[in-house]
Write a protein that binds this ligand. Structure first.
Ligand code: SAJ
Length: 422
């Protein structure tokens, strides 16, 4: 296989995908509108954190298989992996997909393949990409092949999952799907399932919506459990012993660029019909405020007024450096709205990413009247509470990530989201 690939969008998905093909002997040219991202790749500097990415990038660039610039170059295959965010009113913003598609039109030739990897509302290939691609003058589906091949990898384990996960490939024609399958077989070991583009679009959005709805269910139960005086984590553990039950877990909210975003695509398309999906989104979005209010209630119970809160964990989930749509930042806003002062720390987030960040965990602990753990980072789980030099002996775990017994033994008053007992 000697095809050349142009990857448009060098972010969390585009860069690992580009590197992966390059490591398998394919000539890859990466394109990003951000000159700083292009420069950093040329210099083998990472602008994102991902296990194994640095070594693979070094190899790809050193061996001459990966180049980068701000404009596309003529290739045999074009992979579009650009953001597909939502607007402030929760409608889909497909402008990046449209612009990226338009940017490759001057380069496509007969026999080329265009693949969309970005997660998009069903019908985006048909209604947003194809109207741009027809401008090439090529006949779509016979002269120019087009497919949707949504990524399904999880940050932190991208390389493992790129290889091992099954892939759903939806072509606008059978040949489009087959050519796409052939391409990904260069490194994918999971099964590649073929379908049409709209089905593939729906499948990807459905997967993330399934999680959002299931997490909303857990969050609703967590709120109820506090009234029932039940520990929801224990209840979920027991329920999940049932062979056909898989309840997800509550928390301070749902973040990231996928699960907190994609369900809105279905809400926009489904309108009145997307009731469970819409309600789940709202339930999950209510969790930062619920978390802030519980923090306030704990402080009140302890008679602490004008408190400083240490918000521990800014990333949207454990062991990643990604703050996109992070519920932690919304919890902080909600705490501040309640008149509380917030200091924060996250071992994975570089300095100056958030106004409340302290230089170190130590500095946060020395100032705070309560420690609120918002992200289940490994570093937090491994803390030895008996050695901590904290001003406060009150801890609130929103992710069930701490060893309650050890913290209580070290003299901490322990609070857990989804459990009224302390
Ligand atoms: N969360 C909970 N409770 C849970 C599970 C997660 O509150 O039981 C929260 C997390 O803390 C986080 C958010 O949900 O804030 C999302 O985390 P996640 O690990 O579920 O998902 P992402 O956004 O890192 O990755 C997802 C993955 N999708 C699925 O698992 C179906 C990944 O496979 C996708 O590739 C990715 O979205 C994407 O790009 O769409």
């Amino acid at each position: 296989m000697t095809k050349s690939i142009c990857v448009v969008g060098l972010g969390y998905i585009g860069l690992p995908t580009a590197v992966m093909f390059a490591n398998h002997g394919v000539k890859v040219h990466g394109v990003d509108v951000n000159p700083a991202a292009v420069k950093s790749i040329q210099d083998k500097q990472l602008h994102i954190e991902e296990n194994g990415l640095q070594e693979r990038l070094n190899k790809a660039v050193d061996e001459g298989f990966l180049t980068a610039s701000t404009t596309p170059v003529a290739s045999d295959v074009y992979i579009v992996a650009v953001p597909s965010p939502i607007n402030p009113d929760n409608t889909a913003n497909l402008e990046y997909v449209r612009q990226a598609t338009a940017s490759i039109v001057p380069f496509v030739k007969k026999g080329d393949l265009v693949i969309l990897e970005s997660t998009v509302p069903p019908k985006t290939v048909e209604n947003v990409m194809l109207p741009e691609l027809v401008k090439s003058g090529l006949e779509i589906g016979t002269e120019l092949f087009v497919a949707h091949s949504p990524e399904r990898v999880i940050p932190g384990r991208i390389f493992e999952e790129l290889v091992n996960n099954d892939r759903i490939v939806g072509g606008i024609s059978q040949k489009s799907a087959e050519l796409t399958k052939e391409l990904y077989e260069i490194f994918v070991q999971g099964t590649i399932h073929l379908t049409d583009a709209t089905t593939a679009e729906l499948v990807k959005v459905m997967e993330n919506t399934y999680r959002d709805v299931n997490i909303a269910f857990a969050n609703e139960l967590a709120k109820m459990a506090e009234k029932l005086d039940v520990n929801i984590w224990e209840a979920i553990k027991f329920a999940n012993y049932h062979p056909r039950v898989n309840v997800h877990f509550p928390g301070p909210g749902v973040g990231g660029h996928c699960i907190a975003v994609d369900p809105w695509f279905l809400v926009e398309l489904g309108g009145e019909q997307a009731q469970i999906i819409h309600l789940s989104r709202n339930t999950n979005d209510s969790m930062p405020s619920f978390t802030a209010q519980k923090t306030q209630a704990i402080l009140n119970k302890n008679g602490i007024a004008g408190a400083t809160v240490a918000a521990l964990g800014l990333a949207f989930k454990g062991n990643v450096d990604d703050m996109r749509e992070s519920p932690s930042t919304i919890v902080i806003d909600e705490l501040e709205k309640l008149g509380l002062t917030v200091v924060s720390h996250d071992p994975h987030i570089k300095q100056n990413k958030h106004k409340t960040q302290t230089q170190s965990m130590k500095e946060a602990l020395e100032q705070a009247d309560i420690l609120v753990f918002l992200t289940d980072h490994k570093e937090f789980k491994e803390l030895d509470p008996s050695t901590l030099n904290a001003k406060s002996k009150i801890v609130f775990d929103t992710k069930n990530c701490l060893n309650r017994e050890a913290w209580e033994k070290a003299g901490f008053q322990f609070h857990l989201l989804g459990d009224a007992k302390n």
